[in-house]
Design a protein around this ligand. Structure first.
Ligand code: F3S
Length: 403
């Protein structure tokens, strides 16, 4: 594996012990996977939620602090496993909160931009086409690779810290041009797609292709950034999709052959009936939901505007709840634009900077959740033993407001 002068200096400890430790790990990884060289990465998106990293992740972050480490590239972080404002009233245990707080302090000392979101591209961590980055969080990875055309693997949590400290990753996987070609053609013949349809489509695509790279044909050019966000998040949940191409929509499938001159290994068709069946498959409860949970991946400001329009002048029933997940930055923007006041005034609760999947439920007693997100629908049954009703945002709101 080729190594530049500066990379060798890092490996030899001439730029501090943190870089040395991180480079040792990355060098071993690169050699194990047959990398020819290191590449520079322009930004990192790390995990700092105690709910996934546990004590091992906390110890690693604190070790980098002790070694004098600093993130040398712009670095954002996923949601935390607690909401700063609501953790106590939600019944999160003190001991858990303190572990999460230690982890938060450690990454702040390392220099993280504290956006606490799975949608870093909404809050300033926005690479350009073709740029190498090192991101964790499967939905963000799918977005970066597919929608932006930046390049990242689904980087495991610890390796991402190493990338953020050194600005390097081994040249493996999706960093290499030849590994980014489409493998499976998915013909979408389902007419105009709603936001919920994009969720269901992603869920189906992930199930069909597993870890292969799908090329979707038949999406309408009006697909929004939020639509593509849901598509990738769902495909990365039910499958291991880190990159998809959508013909004439995503950059690597526009003006070029997304299969790189090869024939697709397989061809599938998804029609309206299959989308309908996927929605039914994700709905595991007929019971009335106690809670509506939205914002997986984190809601954008335009989704918060839509939600506020649905709730304007309405009240959420006393025995129902609405949990809204978004970044702290987007929440602050929603406050300035008046959307937060409408949503909170109707009885909704923002859990900004937080995520339901990677948080303890605490004292929240809930059995059935209604959601507009296929990723929530996929993970909440296994993570929290919850039953799901999967519906559009409008139907979710309709289910919990007073007549
Ligand atoms: Fe984000 Fe949590 Fe969903 S990290 S993508 S809100 S599972």
């Amino acid at each position: 594996m080729e190594i530049s002068g500066y990379e060798r200096e890092m490996l030899e400890g001439r730029h501090g012990q943190a870089k040395k430790f991180a480079m040792e790990i990355l060098y071993k990884l690169g050699r194990a996977y047959g990398a020819d060289r290191f590449i520079q990465v322009a930004s990192a998106h790390i995990m700092a939620h105690y709910g996934s990293l546990h004590d091992a992740g906390l110890e690693l972050a604190e070790k980098f602090v002790t070694l004098g480490g600093k993130f040398c590239i712009p670095t954002t972080a996923d949601p935390l496993s607690i909401c700063h404002r609501h953790w106590r009233e939600l019944g999160i245990e003190e001991a858990y909160f303190h572990k999460q707080q230690r982890l938060e302090r450690a990454v702040l000392k390392l220099g993280v931009q504290p956006a606490w979101t799975c949608t870093p591209y909404y809050v300033g961590n926005l690479p350009r086409f073709g740029q190498n980055v090192s991101w964790a969080e499967s939905s963000a990875v799918a977005f970066a690779n597919s929608v932006i055309g930046a390049r990242t693997n689904r980087t495991p949590a610890g390796l991402n810290y190493c990338a953020a400290i050194t600005g390097r990753m081994p040249n493996i996987g999706l960093y290499r041009e030849e590994n980014r070609n489409g493998q499976v053609l998915v013909e979408v013949k389902a007419g105009e797609l709603s936001t919920l349809d994009y969720n269901a489509l992603g869920y189906l695509v992930g199930k069909i292709v597993g870890n292969k790279i799908p090329v979707l044909d038949g999406l309408q050019p009006s697909a929004s950034v939020d639509h593509l966000k849901y598509l990738g998040a769902a495909a990365a949940s039910s499958g291991v999709v880190a990159l998809y191409h959508a013909i004439d929509i995503t950059p690597e499938a526009t003006g070029r052959d997304p299969f790189g001159g090869k024939r697709p290994q397989e061809v599938f068709t998804i029609d309206r009936d299959q989308l309908q069946k996927a929605k039914q498959e994700m709905t595991t409860a007929q019971a009335e939901p106690e809670v509506v949970a939205v914002g997986c991946p984190h809601y954008s400001i335009s989704e918060l505007r839509t939600l506020s329009q649905l709730l304007e002048g309405r009240r959420i029933k006393k025995n129902k709840q609405l949990w809204v997940y978004t970044s702290e930055m987007t929440y602050n923007l929603a406050k300035k634009m008046g959307y937060a006041a409408i949503i909170e005034g109707a009885g909704g609760t923002f859990l900004e900077g937080n995520c339901l999947v990677i948080s303890p439920l605490g004292k929240r007693s809930v059995r059935t959740i209604m959601t507009d997100s296929a990723k929530f629908a996929y993970y909440l049954p296994s993570e929290h033993n919850l039953k799901i009703r999967f519906s559009s945002t409008a139907e979710c709101v309709q289910a919990i407001i007073e007549d």
